[in-house]
Design a protein around this ligand. Structure first.
Ligand code: GLA
Length: 730
């Protein structure tokens, strides 16, 4: 790992263990271009990669064709309005309304360690020796603008993270209308692209298609990432699969409106880009002020999609997630949402806790409906005071009783929202987003609080903190159940309304930072109508995120496959729920529901007092399995053997410990075939030289046998059957 500047060549080389990212400076004007990203390069003269002698040359050698140079050169941070007609990374309007910018090299600095991003989530390193940073300052001499591009590499992960900071060095106010986090250009090599798409209860489905000409974009305008599209994208060779081929992954550490795109152009280059969505974005920069973009993550793997996933997992586990629970087993929780919805009281919750405790469940989470007049989802958001009609004896009494049973206690909040029917709305109708003169659209009968305003965010935070201080509460589920629309802020002048979306996200981050600072041992789980806020930004504050409101074990195979494409299993909120499943009406074996939830944080979401004796009797064994396997699942390397999404019959994945001494493979036969022979399954990621035993079998196998020849699994009778294989070094 290391960053080197080769002065003679004017080349920066950013090395991770297995990859290199190369940036070059060309022409006497100092254009900064992208030279290479991929498998690691040695110490060599690399300036030729800038291809400046091709076609039109640079302005220094061919001033009459300057625009042709701009439109072909792989600018490291392409600007708007001067002749690079591809997607630009930055657009700044000056005091006269002009918006053409030219950025060239000014200076650079290379240092050990990594600076924090003010107010934004970002990767970090424990010790300065663990990572290195390049700050490359570009300038627009005429517009008096500087842009600092920051890149960091880590010694243990093949990832490059980068962001930009735009500084107004003029004496006039300017407006940033676009400032992307990362852009890089690459020659098309018959690439496919992967994006994630979905809907409520169908989050993060994988979509792989060829990259076609023009721009293909994923985006959000919802004020959060949303269920529908995702900031992540990957470029991959046509023949790349889970285990082989070149893959370039790009993700954004951000929880608001994003734009991620691929643009294939006339020369068959592809420009990849990600950042805050420039639509409805306009940021005022007074003289001397700066704007900092969120951080983007780039991962290159020549070990296929699986190699890319494992790299994202390591980066997010080791350099993004923080806090008390980062490296700890999470308590097995039981959540009352699917058990009771709004219909509960102290006695009902205690009845659940009493049954749960002896079976190995470790925490009761009280979901929506405990506050104000919240008898259904039409009212009371914002009134964060305990409803003692429901919780007779008060919250402390309930929590104490739950604690006496040996369970921890957790609680649900939806802090960013306000119901028109609430005391808070009566007192502060102007705190909700509304465009003056227009009736705002409702979703789930609720409006969104303008938490870009500090006084609004502080008020809600203090209400939450009061509840959390009032009893021994050890977990918070932070929910967000509608997107933003009808955005206008009473606190900002008209020229600054374009700041609201981003300021809103900064408000969420500020509140969550306060929460985990004031309650350092709290386990925070983010959630948004299921999994609409499963993003890298949220992972900085909460080590786990609710994956989806769809808890059906079979639907979860696809949702968890897409989620695990980037996010570690330690972060995936996954529960065993009751059947027929509340979202799809499907009935699956209790054991299968347990096996699938084991690939996440693991917990229950059902009325334990009502499920069958048979199901209940399986819980002690499931909770014991969680304790047996969770260290491995949380910290190991993830490999995907088969995808039900692709083959329509079965799903198979495994987690291998870093030392390769232990692995857990999960096989789910979704649909039994008629008249089948046994199915061959080849394990992945083991040590070919090691001798292993599959728990429950008498014999041993060489790792090479298990990986190259595999084993044969008898097809189970009936659909939806799961089988776990615990593989340990003999
Ligand atoms: C969202 C969440 C659910 C539950 C409900 C409560 O839909 O995803 O898990 O908390 O809100 O209203």
């Amino acid at each position: 790992m290391g960053i080197t500047y080769f002065e003679n060549e004017r080349i920066f080389k950013l090395d991770t263990k297995n990859t290199s990212y190369v940036i070059g400076i060309v022409d006497k004007e100092g254009f900064v271009g992208h030279a290479y990203y991929g498998k690691k390069l040695g110490e060599d003269a690399l300036a030729y990669l800038m291809r400046i002698y091709e076609s039109f040359g640079t302005p220094e050698t061919n001033a009459r064709d300057r625009l042709s140079f701009y439109d072909a050169f792989p600018m490291e941070y392409p600007t708007h309005g001067i002749g690079d007609f591809r997607e630009s990374a930055i657009r700044v309007e000056d005091a006269n309304g002009h918006f053409a910018n030219k950025l060239t090299y000014r200076s650079h600095e290379i240092f050990k360690g990594k600076k924090k991003l003010a107010g934004l989530p970002a990767t970090w390193c424990e010790k300065d020796e663990d990572c290195e940073t390049l700050e490359l300052t570009l300038e627009d001499k005429e517009a008096k603008l500087a842009v600092v591009l920051s890149y960091s590499v880590f010694n243990d992960v093949d990832a490059v993270v980068r962001h930009a900071r735009v500084i107004n060095e003029s004496d006039k106010t300017v407006y940033v209308t676009k400032a992307m986090s990362a852009s890089f250009d690459i020659d098309n090599n018959e690439f496919d692209k992967i994006v994630l798409y979905g809907s409520w209860a169908r989050e993060r489905y994988i979509d792989r298609t060829p990259v076609s000409y023009g721009i293909q974009m994923s985006r959000s305008m919802r004020g959060e990432g949303g269920h529908q599209e995702h900031a992540f994208t990957a470029l991959l060779e046509k023949n790349a699969d889970q285990n082989k081929g070149e893959v370039y992954g790009m993700d954004l550490i951000y929880s608001g409106n994003f734009r991620t795109l691929q643009e294939r152009n006339q020369f068959d280059n592809i420009r990849m880009m990600t950042g805050i969505n420039p639509d409805d974005f306009k940021w005022e920069l007074t003289a001397g002020a700066d704007f900092q973009t969120p951080e983007a993550v780039l991962v290159y793997s020549n070990e296929g999609i699986g190699g890319m996933s494992r790299c994202f997992h390591d980066l997010y586990r080791n350099h993004l997630i923080r806090g008390y629970y980062r490296d700890k087993k999470r308590p097995i929780l039981i959540n009352n949402w699917e058990a009771t919805y709004f219909n509960f009281d102290t006695e009902k919750l205690l009845a659940i806790a009493r049954q749960a405790a002896p079976l190995g469940i470790e925490m009761l989470v009280m979901d929506d409906g405990w506050f104000g007049n919240r008898f259904d989802d039409n009212r009371a958001l914002g009134d964060w005071e305990v409803n003692e009609e429901k919780l007779q004896g008060g919250l402390k009494h309930l929590v104490d009783e739950v604690n006496k049973l040996g369970l921890k206690f957790g609680i649900w909040f939806e802090p960013e929202m306000i119901s028109p029917e609430s005391k808070l709305y009566e007192e502060h109708p102007d705190w909700a987003f509304t465009v003056p003169g227009r009736v705002p659209g409702l979703a789930r009968n609720q409006l969104v609080l303008d938490i870009s305003r500090e006084e609004v965010a502080d008020y809600i935070f203090e209400k939450m903190a009061k509840v959390l201080h009032s009893a021994n509460i050890e977990y918070v589920k932070w929910d967000m159940n509608r997107p933003l629309a009808d955005i206008a802020s009473a606190a900002l002048p008209k020229e600054r309304q374009g700041e609201i979306f981003h300021r809103y996200v900064l408000g969420v981050y500020r509140m969550q930072e306060r929460l985990i600072t004031e309650f350092p041992n709290l386990l925070l789980e983010n959630c948004s109508g299921g999994g609409a806020r499963f993003d890298a930004g949220m992972l900085y504050y909460s080590p786990q995120i609710w994956c989806s409101d769809d808890t059906d074990a079979i639907e979860r195979l696809t949702i968890q496959e897409g989620t695990a494409l980037i996010y570690p299993l330690s972060a995936m909120g996954a529960h065993v729920s009751d059947c027929p499943n509340h979202t799809v009406g499907r009935t699956t074996p209790f054991a299968t529901r347990g096996a699938v939830a084991l690939a996440g944080t693991f917990g229950y979401e059902l009325d334990i007092t009502k499920i069958s004796e048979d199901d209940r009797n399986q819980i002690p064994q499931q909770t014991a399995m969680y304790h047996k396997y969770n260290d491995l699942v949380r910290t190991g390397d993830y490999y995907r053997m088969a995808s039900y999404r692709e083959n329509h019959y079965y799903d198979a994945y495994m987690v291998v410990s870093k030392d390769k001494k232990e692995a857990l493979a999960t096989y789910v036969c979704v649909k039994r075939r008629p008249n089948p022979r046994s199915r061959g399954l080849k394990f992945l990621g083991l040590d070919p030289e090691k001798t292993y035993r599959i728990e429950g079998e008498d014999r041993t196998y060489l790792g090479s046998t298990l990986m190259n020849a595999g084993i044969y699994i008898e097809e189970p009778w009936g659909d939806f059957q799961a089988k776990l294989f615990h593989i340990v070094e003999a």
